[in-house]
Design a protein around this ligand. Structure first.
Ligand SMILES: C/C=C/C(=O)SCCNC(=O)CCNC(=O)[C@H](O)C(C)(C)COP(=O)(O)OP(=O)(O)OC[C@H]1O[C@@H](n2cnc3c(N)ncnc32)[C@H](O)[C@@H]1OP(=O)(O)O
Ligand SMILES: NC(=O)C1=CN([C@@H]2O[C@H](COP(=O)(O)OP(=O)(O)OC[C@H]3O[C@@H](n4cnc5c(N)ncnc54)[C@H](OP(=O)(O)O)[C@@H]3O)[C@@H](O)[C@H]2O)C=CC1
Length: 445
């Protein structure tokens, strides 16, 4: 591993040099263990502690198959899907690995008693499998997390519709929170050259998801002037949705839960910000019943901020807690686009407000190959920026996931894998200098 790191840091190692470095038999990786899947039985979701379930293990290097690549991971990031894996909710991810393992001889490799998690990476290609021509050992890359087989025509127009669509490092093994990762080569994209390893590793999953959900015609198809209600606007998804709204000439109405988070949204350029804590909204009267008067109070606040206009697009992900309010505050003909249900997946809303006002609910999930590529291109061009706030070592991934689970973080939380320190990997210092304030906006707050 030392030789790999030395070659990456030397910057003059050739593709042939990388191809000649012997690969180790094993490497360090963040895992959950199959025999611990019931460890939190009876514990409330909030109290399930990722620090107890996430392990740093020495794991065997997987065999490299056709169309695949082994990547030396310099940095990764924590996504909420790793929080779900670590608390074994809503289902244990070992069920996904078992199902994938039944697909073919090659996918059997994924069905192991441990799950190497993580759905983002920035690093360097070490080896490519048969049939890979576009990428070479030594290429500096990021990887998106869409894994598809593409054997069915269902996914040929939109790769997210492939019946064997999986999220790498969540529904497959050998993820990015590790020193080495196994990906399909078509997950690879060029690393934005003005960013450090940990900055480049942080947008991938959430940036691509926000792009499809908000901008793409497969999602809400946002246009100039749209009023976009963004829940968790300084969080992982929300910090990118806010940037897309601003860059696309829309009008973000940012919802956050503290004055510090409100300030971050303002510093990104958003004028309309709602602190849901300060306003004290209680959309639910009790466990079964919502309070439409609170939806109305929320809608009145939005009208106050927009000069009387209602919401064209709601960027939804909190789910049960907010969904009724989201449907209510959407204008006639507007769209509620949802990609998650952090607070609970059994939603309740008043359907009269949906059908009588011709609103639409659009389900969205990650991004297809092309959308992921376009989202990464916007990062590379310095039009959208990483929202990295804090960086942990691989050893401290449990704490990093705990922070995200308990909503103690801002933007994105990074993890160093092979990178010995922060700030390495920047290749275009001039472009970086142009965007340095935006790149650092979320740091250390
Ligand atoms: C990029 C980052 C993303 C995120 O962070 S997203 C947040 C994290 N992700 C999650 O929380 C999602 C976790 N996943 C799940 O909870 C489950 O994964 C799903 C609920 C999504 C799916 O449940 P399941 O049981 O795995 O799949 P089924 O499709 O319901 O299949 C079960 C059986 O039911 C059959 N079935 C499916 N649809 C129908 C139908 N319409 N009519 C009759 N049967 C149906 C199937 O075939 C199969 O059957 P057979 O067990 O025999 O194979
Ligand atoms: N389907 C897909 O492709 C994807 C789905 N996801 C899912 O989306 C969800 C959010 O992910 P991500 O943005 O990375 O997570 P983060 O935790 O980084 O951000 C979510 C933000 O939502 C806000 N929030 C949390 N709970 C509530 C609530 N009950 N009511 C209102 N606001 C709330 C918080 O902001 P504040 O406290 O400031 O209001 C929080 O910062 C997760 O469930 C994740 O699994 C994520 C990426 C892709």
């Amino acid at each position: 591993m030392k030789e790999i790191l030395a070659a990456i840091q030397s910057q003059d190692a050739t593709s042939a040099d990388f191809a000649n470095i012997p690969l180790p038999d094993s490497y360090r990786a963040i895992t959950v263990h199959k025999d611990e899947a019931d460890m939190f039985a009876g514990v409330a979701s909030r109290d399930k502690d990722p620090r107890k379930s996430l392990h740093l293990d020495e794991v065997a290097l997987p065999e490299l198959g056709p169309g695949e690549a082994l990547v030396a991971v310099m940095a990764s990031s924590v996504n909420y899907n790793s929080v779900w894996t670590s608390i074994f909710e809503p289902v244990s991810t070992f069920g996904f690995l078992e199902r994938y393992g039944r697909l073919s001889e090659l996918t059997k490799r994924h069905d192991l008693p441990y799950h190497i998690i993580g759905s983002d990476l920035a690093g360097v290609v070490l080896r490519t499998g048969p049939g890979v021509n576009a990428w070479q050992p030594g290429d500096e890359v990021v990887a998106h997390c869409l894994s598809v087989e593409l054997e069915s025509s269902d996914g040929h127009n939109d790769t997210m519709l492939d019946p064997e669509q999986r999220i790498w490092g969540f529904e497959t093994n050998f993820g990015g929170l590790a020193e080495i990762a196994l990906v399909k080569s078509n997950q690879l994209m060029p690393k934005p050259d003005h960013l450090s390893w940990e900055e480049a590793a942080s947008p991938g999953l959430v940036n691509s998801t926000a792009y499809r959900q908000l901008v793409s015609r497969n999602g809400a198809g946002m246009k100039q002037g749209d009023n976009v209600l963004i829940w968790g606007a300084s969080g992982g998804l929300g910090s990118y949705a806010t940037q897309f709204a601003l860059a696309g000439g829309a009008n973000p109405i940012c919802v956050v839960s503290s004055p510090e988070k409100a300030e971050i949204c303002r510093s990104m350029g958003a004028d309309a910000v709602i602190d849901r804590n300060a306003e004290g909204y209680k959309f639910w009267k009790n466990e079964n019943e919502q309070d439409p008067r609170e939806w109305k109070r929320f809608g009145s606040k939005i009208r106050e901020l927009t000069g009387g206009e209602d919401i064209d697009i709601v960027f939804e992900h909190p789910g049960r807690e907010t969904f009724g309010a989201s449907v209510y505050v959407t204008r006639k003909g507007g769209t509620i686009t949802t990609c998650a249900s952090t607070s609970g997946y059994m939603h309740q809303y008043d359907n009269r407000y949906l059908w009588m006002s011709l609103k639409r609910i659009v389900g969205s999930h990650f991004a297809n190959y092309r959308e992921a590529w376009e989202a990464n291109r916007l990062i590379a061009k310095g039009k959208i920026h990483p929202t990295l706030s804090k960086v942990y070592s691989l050893e401290d991934t449990g704490q990093a996931a705990y922070d995200v689970h308990r909503n103690l973080h801002q933007g994105k939380v990074g993890v160093l894998a092979l990178a010995p320190q922060e700030g390495l990997g920047v290749r275009d210092t001039e472009k970086r200098a142009q965007h340095i304030d935006a790149i650092n906006r979320f740091r250390n707050i």
